[in-house]
Design a protein around this ligand. Structure first.
Ligand code: AMP
Length: 372
């Protein structure tokens, strides 16, 4: 899940659709177990926010029930200046019925109080309240809430029926308000030998960013013979990718070491779809995002030449042997190249001609960095 923007505000992932599903399941179970066997309850969803919650709730309620939706409307009373509240949409005779209100969220309890007042003279047998979310810090009333899905902190949320100025209701999960992202995070992309490392070293100073090269971090681990280094060595020597889980955890650790950074240049990461998704999730949790992927485009025959040339001095075991180099391209073409689509879909892909002098290429990349 990524950071999202609605109107002028940013929201970060907060409660996943799977968690919502589990919350509703246990709410349904509680309600179900409290009801006498032959009781046919009337569920009343409060519009607009509860439409998804109510739909999912009653779908899981495996017994006879009735369903209705109401909207709370305030209007100016004719005889006084007092605001009068009314429920629009209740046509059923509620006498002696068990009514269960389905609310998406209860915060101050003002709406809840209005509902209680309106139902006071409807002669119901029992009125119960089930709410998906509840904000205990701001709830000011004594009124009972019979069923609470999840208590949450007092921060503005959207999604799963809840909106910000009309937007966000259709999101399948819930997001929490966060401040505007303030990092510049760029994925420097391209096949082995495209010049990512060289360019990143220049750009990190120019833009005051932290350069993380997963290849470099791996090679340090190998040199220091750490557990991670021992694990990664066989993959790297063969020109294979190191398994995702290992790489992702290492990347997170490197980012967390620099939590006050202006932003990062990711070089050699992500290299697979699941690494890209993990990076998205990880940054979104921090209220940050990838601003863009800048890709160095270089023809493959030129790259092999460059790598063999580099192998003469780099001391890298994977630069010396043409078959290992070919395998790295194979890994790139089968697992990594798809990331172009991943970022293109988000309008975050920027291709740059990677053939030319170092300075020329820096200038081309800088033009893009300046806009991100
Ligand atoms: P590089 O220095 O970026 O060319 O990376 C050298 C080698 O390190 C690669 O061929 C892989 O074996 C390993 N490696 C670096 N980054 C990653 C990554 N994101 N995922 C998996 N393996 C990686």
């Amino acid at each position: 899940m990524s950071l999202i923007q609605l109107h002028d505000l940013y929201f970060k992932p907060y409660i996943s659709s799977n968690e919502i599903d589990r919350i509703i399941e246990s709410l349904v179970e509680e309600v179900y177990n409290d009801l006498p066997k032959n009781e046919v309850p009337l569920f009343v969803g409060i519009l607009n926010g509860s439409f998804l919650f109510a739909a999912d709730f009653i779908r899981k309620f495996n017994r006879n029930c009735e369903v209705s939706f109401v909207k709370l409307a305030s209007y100016q009373g004719t005889e006084s200046t007092q605001i009068v509240d009314q429920l629009i949409g209740i046509n059923e005779d509620l006498t002696d019925r068990t009514v269960i209100i389905l609310e998406d969220i209860i915060d101050t309890g003002n709406t809840l109080q209005k509902i209680y007042e309106i139902f006071k003279n409807k002669h119901v047998k029992e009125l119960k309240i089930a709410t998906l979310f509840f904000k205990p810090e701001v709830y000011k009333k004594e009124l009972p809430i019979n069923y609470i899905g999840k208590s949450i902190e007092d921060k503005f949320i959207v999604g799963y029926g809840l909106d910000y100025n009309g937007h966000g209701r259709n999101l399948p999960s819930v997001y929490q308000l966060t401040s505007k992202p303030n990092m510049k995070n760029i994925v420097l992309f391209g096949p082995p030998g495209a010049g990512k490392g060289t360019q990143a070293e220049i750009l990190k100073d120019k833009y005051n960013l932290i350069h993380i090269s997963t290849g470099v971090v791996f090679r340090e681990h190998i040199k220091n013979e750490t557990e991670l280094g021992v694990l990664a060595k066989s993959y790297i020597d063969a020109g294979d990718l190191v398994p995702d889980e290992v790489t992702i955890n290492m990347l997170k650790e490197e980012v967390n070491k620099n939590s006050n950074a202006n932003g990062f240049i990711f070089d050699g990461f992500p290299r697979t779809q699941s690494q890209a998704v993990a990076l998205e999730d990880f940054l979104a949790e921090k209220g940050e995002q990838v601003n863009g992927m800048v890709a160095l485009e270089v023809p493959e025959n030129l790259l092999v030449e460059r790598l063999l040339e580099r192998g003469k001095t780099s001391g890298r075991s994977d630069d010396t042997d043409e078959s290992k180099i070919r395998n790295r391209f194979n890994e790139y073409n089968t697992k990594t190249a798809v990331l172009k689509d991943f970022y293109e879909e988000k309008n975050k892909y920027y291709g740059v001609n990677g053939v030319g002098s170092i300075e020329e290429i820096t200038a081309r990349i800088s033009k893009i960095f300046d806009t991100l």
